[in-house]
Design a protein around this ligand. Sequence first.
Ligand code: ADP
Ligand code: MG
Length: 323
Amino acid sequence: MSARPVLLKADRLTKFFPLPRGRRIHALDDVSLTIHEREIVGLVGESGSGKSTLGKTIVGLHDKTSGSVDYRGERLPKAYRPADFRRHAKTMQMIFQDPYSSLNPRMTVGEIIGEGLAVGTSLSRTEIEARVADWLGRVGLEPGHMSRYPHEFSGGQRQRIGIARALIQGPEFVVCDEPISALDVSVQAQVVNLLQELQDAMGLTLLFIAHDLSMVRYVSDRMAVMYLGGLVEIGPATEVFFHPQHPYTQALIASNPEPDPERERRRGPTAISGEIPSPIDIPPGCRFAGRCPHVMPRCRSETPALRPLSGQPARLVACHLHP
Ligand code: ADP
Ligand code: MG
C-alpha cells in the first residue's frame, strides 16, 4: 500500500468546538494520518471518539483549529469559503450516515443528485438529466425515479441516492461516514457491495467510518482506531483486527458482536468497562488510562506518541506498553 502515491496527508489536525466560559470540546486532537491513492482506510472507535469530526474536517465541512491537510501535495484552506467548496467538491465528497435527514425532502431525486453538477459546471439541463439517469442505474435505481421525492424510497434506496449524489461529481476521495449504520441489516451488505464496486470502478480512495469491526476488516486495506479525539492504532486491517496491540483496540475488538449468535452466546460479556470520558476536560497522559486494564503510573502523566512497532513500520501504536 505504501508503494502507491500519497493522496492525502493530515498533519497534527485539531478541531475544538468552543463552549461558554472559554471551555472547549476536544473533538479531534493532534491527529496525523496519511492516505494513499485507491486505498480504503477503515476508521473505528466508540461513539463520540471524533470519527465524524475527522472526516468533516478533512473535507472542509469544519474549519481547522490547528494542523493541516495536504491533498496531492497542495495545502487545503484552514477554513473553506464557498469558492473552495466548489473547487474541491469535484475531488472530495462525503456520504453521510443518515439517508433520511441528509436528503432535502422538498427536492426531487433528480434535483438532489444533479445539484452539484448544476452549480459546479456549465452542463445543460438535458446533459445533467442524462448523467443523473445514468447514475440512478449505476446505484441500482431506475431512471424513472428521477421525478420522485425521497420519502417514496426505502432507507437502502435513499442511501443509494446519497451515493449517486456524492459520486456523480467524479470525486477521487470520499469519506463514508457510517453509510450503513442506519439501514436494516438485510440491506447493509448490498450497500457495502455497491460501494466496493464503485470504489473499484472509479479508483476511489475511501475513509470508511464504521461501527462493525469485522465489516471494516473485510472492506479496508488499513484500519485506524480513534479514542477520545486521538488516533491510538493504525495498520493493515487484518493485522489490527487479529493482533490488536493497543489495549483500547483489544477491548473494542473483544466487544465487537460475533456474526454467529452461538459463538456470541458462548463468549459472554466482554464490553469495555466504564464510559468514554468527557472530551471537555481531558486528563493529562494517555486518554485511555482511566479504563485501561494495563495502566501504569507513567500512563497518567505522559502522553504516548503514535509510533511504529519495532520491525513493523506500517503498524503504529500509541501506548507505553510498546516503547
Ligand atoms: P463520532 O463520529 O466518533 O461519534 P464525533 O466526531 O461526532 O464522534 O464527536 C466527537 C465529539 O465532538 C463529541 O463529544 C461530540 O459531542 C462533539 N461534537 C461533534 N460535533 C460537534 C459540533 N458541531 N459542536 C459541538 N460539539 C460537537
Ligand atoms: Mg459519527
